[in-house]
Ligand binder design. Structure first.
Ligand SMILES: [Zn+2]
Length: 239
Protein backbone atom coordinates (compact mmCIF):
# COMPACT_ATOMS: atom_id res chain seq x y z
CA UNK A 1 0.00 0.00 0.00
CA UNK A 2 1.46 3.29 -1.07
CA UNK A 3 0.25 6.84 -1.33
CA UNK A 4 0.83 6.52 -5.06
CA UNK A 5 -1.65 3.63 -5.33
CA UNK A 6 -4.30 5.74 -3.61
CA UNK A 7 -3.63 8.66 -5.99
CA UNK A 8 -3.99 6.28 -8.93
CA UNK A 9 -7.21 4.93 -7.45
CA UNK A 10 -8.58 8.49 -7.32
CA UNK A 11 -7.89 8.74 -11.06
CA UNK A 12 -9.57 5.35 -11.62
CA UNK A 13 -12.61 6.73 -9.82
CA UNK A 14 -12.63 9.86 -12.00
CA UNK A 15 -12.87 7.57 -15.03
CA UNK A 16 -15.48 5.35 -13.36
CA UNK A 17 -17.64 8.36 -12.54
CA UNK A 18 -17.31 9.61 -16.11
CA UNK A 19 -18.41 6.17 -17.37
CA UNK A 20 -21.36 6.26 -14.92
CA UNK A 21 -22.39 9.66 -16.28
CA UNK A 22 -22.10 8.46 -19.88
CA UNK A 23 -24.19 5.37 -19.13
CA UNK A 24 -26.79 7.53 -17.44
CA UNK A 25 -26.86 9.90 -20.42
CA UNK A 26 -27.20 6.90 -22.77
CA UNK A 27 -30.11 5.49 -20.74
CA UNK A 28 -31.94 8.81 -20.47
CA UNK A 29 -31.60 10.26 -23.97
CA UNK A 30 -34.57 12.63 -24.35
CA UNK A 31 -35.42 10.97 -27.67
CA UNK A 32 -36.21 7.75 -25.79
CA UNK A 33 -39.22 9.34 -24.08
CA UNK A 34 -40.33 10.87 -27.39
CA UNK A 35 -39.96 7.46 -29.06
CA UNK A 36 -42.06 5.75 -26.37
CA UNK A 37 -44.74 8.38 -26.86
CA UNK A 38 -44.75 8.01 -30.65
CA UNK A 39 -44.79 4.19 -30.45
CA UNK A 40 -47.86 4.40 -28.19
CA UNK A 41 -49.59 6.75 -30.61
CA UNK A 42 -48.66 4.56 -33.57
CA UNK A 43 -50.08 1.43 -31.91
CA UNK A 44 -53.29 3.37 -31.14
CA UNK A 45 -53.60 4.58 -34.75
CA UNK A 46 -52.95 1.11 -36.13
CA UNK A 47 -55.64 -0.32 -33.84
CA UNK A 48 -58.08 2.33 -35.07
CA UNK A 49 -57.15 1.65 -38.72
CA UNK A 50 -57.66 -2.10 -38.18
CA UNK A 51 -61.13 -1.45 -36.72
CA UNK A 52 -62.09 0.76 -39.65
CA UNK A 53 -60.67 -1.85 -42.04
CA UNK A 54 -62.79 -4.57 -40.43
CA UNK A 55 -65.93 -2.42 -40.67
CA UNK A 56 -65.13 -1.61 -44.28
CA UNK A 57 -64.74 -5.32 -45.10
CA UNK A 58 -68.14 -6.06 -43.53
CA UNK A 59 -69.78 -3.29 -45.57
CA UNK A 60 -68.13 -4.54 -48.74
CA UNK A 61 -69.34 -8.09 -48.11
CA UNK A 62 -72.88 -6.81 -47.48
CA UNK A 63 -72.66 -4.72 -50.65
CA UNK A 64 -71.77 -7.85 -52.64
CA UNK A 65 -74.56 -9.87 -51.02
CA UNK A 66 -77.11 -7.17 -51.85
CA UNK A 67 -75.75 -6.96 -55.37
CA UNK A 68 -76.04 -10.74 -55.84
CA UNK A 69 -79.58 -10.67 -54.43
CA UNK A 70 -80.56 -7.82 -56.79
CA UNK A 71 -79.10 -9.78 -59.72
CA UNK A 72 -81.11 -12.86 -58.74
CA UNK A 73 -84.27 -10.76 -58.56
CA UNK A 74 -83.38 -9.22 -61.92
CA UNK A 75 -83.16 -12.70 -63.46
CA UNK A 76 -86.50 -13.64 -61.87
CA UNK A 77 -88.08 -10.45 -63.23
CA UNK A 78 -86.76 -11.17 -66.75
CA UNK A 79 -88.10 -14.70 -66.54
CA UNK A 80 -91.62 -13.65 -65.45
CA UNK A 81 -91.58 -10.79 -67.93
CA UNK A 82 -90.64 -13.12 -70.74
CA UNK A 83 -93.40 -15.59 -69.83
CA UNK A 84 -95.92 -12.79 -69.49
CA UNK A 85 -95.37 -11.62 -73.07
CA UNK A 86 -94.65 -15.02 -74.60
CA UNK A 87 -98.27 -15.64 -75.36
CA UNK A 88 -98.18 -19.07 -73.70
CA UNK A 89 -100.26 -17.83 -70.75
CA UNK A 90 -103.75 -16.83 -71.80
CA UNK A 91 -105.83 -17.01 -68.63
CA UNK A 92 -106.59 -13.41 -67.57
CA UNK A 93 -106.45 -14.40 -63.88
CA UNK A 94 -103.03 -16.00 -64.31
CA UNK A 95 -101.81 -13.02 -66.32
CA UNK A 96 -103.02 -10.69 -63.57
CA UNK A 97 -101.27 -12.76 -60.93
CA UNK A 98 -98.03 -12.66 -62.93
CA UNK A 99 -98.40 -8.89 -63.31
CA UNK A 100 -98.78 -8.59 -59.52
CA UNK A 101 -95.72 -10.84 -59.04
CA UNK A 102 -93.69 -8.64 -61.35
CA UNK A 103 -94.65 -5.50 -59.45
CA UNK A 104 -93.70 -7.10 -56.15
CA UNK A 105 -90.38 -8.32 -57.53
CA UNK A 106 -89.57 -4.90 -58.96
CA UNK A 107 -90.41 -3.26 -55.63
CA UNK A 108 -88.15 -5.72 -53.82
CA UNK A 109 -85.34 -5.09 -56.27
CA UNK A 110 -85.73 -1.34 -55.91
CA UNK A 111 -85.53 -1.65 -52.11
CA UNK A 112 -82.44 -3.82 -52.43
CA UNK A 113 -80.82 -1.30 -54.72
CA UNK A 114 -81.54 1.48 -52.24
CA UNK A 115 -79.94 -0.54 -49.47
CA UNK A 116 -76.99 -1.33 -51.70
CA UNK A 117 -76.48 2.36 -52.46
CA UNK A 118 -76.65 3.25 -48.78
CA UNK A 119 -74.16 0.50 -48.02
CA UNK A 120 -71.84 1.74 -50.76
CA UNK A 121 -71.94 5.28 -49.34
CA UNK A 122 -71.03 3.97 -45.88
CA UNK A 123 -68.25 1.86 -47.35
CA UNK A 124 -66.86 4.87 -49.25
CA UNK A 125 -66.88 6.90 -46.02
CA UNK A 126 -64.96 4.03 -44.38
CA UNK A 127 -62.51 4.10 -47.31
CA UNK A 128 -61.81 7.78 -46.63
CA UNK A 129 -61.46 7.20 -42.86
CA UNK A 130 -59.13 4.29 -43.47
CA UNK A 131 -56.96 6.31 -45.85
CA UNK A 132 -56.76 9.14 -43.30
CA UNK A 133 -55.89 6.76 -40.43
CA UNK A 134 -53.24 5.07 -42.57
CA UNK A 135 -51.75 8.41 -43.56
CA UNK A 136 -51.41 9.46 -39.90
CA UNK A 137 -49.95 6.04 -39.01
CA UNK A 138 -47.50 6.44 -41.88
CA UNK A 139 -46.36 9.83 -40.57
CA UNK A 140 -45.94 8.40 -37.08
CA UNK A 141 -43.99 5.43 -38.42
CA UNK A 142 -41.68 7.89 -40.20
CA UNK A 143 -41.19 9.84 -36.96
CA UNK A 144 -40.48 6.59 -35.07
CA UNK A 145 -37.85 5.67 -37.65
CA UNK A 146 -36.26 9.11 -37.41
CA UNK A 147 -36.11 8.95 -33.59
CA UNK A 148 -34.66 5.44 -33.71
CA UNK A 149 -31.94 6.66 -36.04
CA UNK A 150 -31.17 9.64 -33.76
CA UNK A 151 -30.99 7.32 -30.74
CA UNK A 152 -28.78 4.81 -32.55
CA UNK A 153 -26.37 7.59 -33.58
CA UNK A 154 -26.30 9.02 -30.03
CA UNK A 155 -25.73 5.52 -28.60
CA UNK A 156 -22.86 4.88 -31.01
CA UNK A 157 -21.23 8.19 -30.03
CA UNK A 158 -21.61 7.52 -26.30
CA UNK A 159 -20.45 3.91 -26.69
CA UNK A 160 -17.28 5.25 -28.31
CA UNK A 161 -16.70 7.60 -25.37
CA UNK A 162 -17.37 4.80 -22.88
CA UNK A 163 -14.91 2.50 -24.64
CA UNK A 164 -12.19 5.18 -24.55
CA UNK A 165 -12.85 5.92 -20.86
CA UNK A 166 -12.94 2.20 -20.07
CA UNK A 167 -9.57 1.62 -21.78
CA UNK A 168 -8.01 4.52 -19.86
CA UNK A 169 -9.62 3.29 -16.64
CA UNK A 170 -8.34 -0.26 -17.14
CA UNK A 171 -4.80 0.97 -17.81
CA UNK A 172 -4.89 2.92 -14.53
CA UNK A 173 -6.53 0.09 -12.59
CA UNK A 174 -3.78 -2.30 -13.73
CA UNK A 175 -1.38 -0.27 -11.60
CA UNK A 176 -3.42 -0.86 -8.42
CA UNK A 177 -3.15 -4.07 -6.38
CA UNK A 178 -6.17 -6.36 -6.72
CA UNK A 179 -7.22 -6.38 -3.04
CA UNK A 180 -7.24 -2.57 -2.90
CA UNK A 181 -9.08 -2.35 -6.22
CA UNK A 182 -11.72 -4.83 -5.04
CA UNK A 183 -12.07 -2.97 -1.75
CA UNK A 184 -12.61 0.28 -3.68
CA UNK A 185 -15.15 -1.35 -5.99
CA UNK A 186 -17.16 -2.77 -3.08
CA UNK A 187 -17.20 0.58 -1.29
CA UNK A 188 -18.16 2.30 -4.53
CA UNK A 189 -21.06 -0.11 -5.08
CA UNK A 190 -22.36 0.63 -1.58
CA UNK A 191 -21.91 4.38 -1.76
CA UNK A 192 -23.58 5.52 -4.99
CA UNK A 193 -20.44 5.31 -7.07
CA UNK A 194 -17.98 6.91 -4.66
CA UNK A 195 -15.45 4.47 -3.17
CA UNK A 196 -12.56 6.81 -2.47
CA UNK A 197 -12.25 10.48 -1.59
CA UNK A 198 -9.70 13.02 -0.52
CA UNK A 199 -9.57 14.06 3.09
CA UNK A 200 -9.33 17.84 3.27
CA UNK A 201 -8.74 19.05 6.82
CA UNK A 202 -11.24 16.92 8.70
CA UNK A 203 -13.76 16.78 5.85
CA UNK A 204 -14.41 13.74 3.67
CA UNK A 205 -14.84 15.04 0.12
CA UNK A 206 -17.29 12.22 -0.71
CA UNK A 207 -19.98 12.97 1.89
CA UNK A 208 -18.71 16.37 3.09
CA UNK A 209 -19.08 15.33 6.71
CA UNK A 210 -16.24 15.75 9.20
CA UNK A 211 -14.31 13.08 11.04
CA UNK A 212 -12.66 13.61 14.43
CA UNK A 213 -9.48 15.69 14.13
CA UNK A 214 -7.41 13.05 15.95
CA UNK A 215 -8.52 10.50 13.36
CA UNK A 216 -7.72 12.92 10.52
CA UNK A 217 -4.29 13.47 12.04
CA UNK A 218 -3.67 9.72 12.33
CA UNK A 219 -4.60 9.21 8.65
CA UNK A 220 -2.28 12.02 7.59
CA UNK A 221 0.60 10.61 9.62
CA UNK A 222 0.11 7.14 8.08
CA UNK A 223 0.36 8.85 4.66
CA UNK A 224 -1.53 6.15 2.81
CA UNK A 225 0.40 3.37 4.48
CA UNK A 226 -2.86 1.74 5.47
CA UNK A 227 -6.43 1.97 4.24
CA UNK A 228 -8.49 4.41 6.28
CA UNK A 229 -12.10 5.06 5.52
CA UNK A 230 -14.82 7.56 6.31
CA UNK A 231 -17.13 6.41 9.13
CA UNK A 232 -20.02 8.23 7.52
CA UNK A 233 -19.98 7.04 3.90
CA UNK A 234 -17.36 4.30 3.87
CA UNK A 235 -15.15 5.92 1.22
CA UNK A 236 -11.41 5.23 1.42
CA UNK A 237 -9.85 8.47 2.60
CA UNK A 238 -6.74 9.79 0.83
CA UNK A 239 -4.69 12.22 2.95
ZN1 LIG B 1 -17.48 10.32 3.76
Amino acid sequence: MTAEALETLLEVQDRDLTIDRLRHRRATLPERAALEQRLGELAERRRAAAEIGARRAELLALEHRLDDEAARLGARIAEVDQRLYSGTVTSPRELQAMQADLEMLRRQRSELEDRELECMEQREAADAQLAAAEAVAGELAGEVERLQAVIAAAEAGIDGEIAAEQAARDALAARVDDPLLRDYEQRRARNQGVGIARLVGTTCQACHLTIPSTEAERIRRAGGGQVASCDNCGAILVP
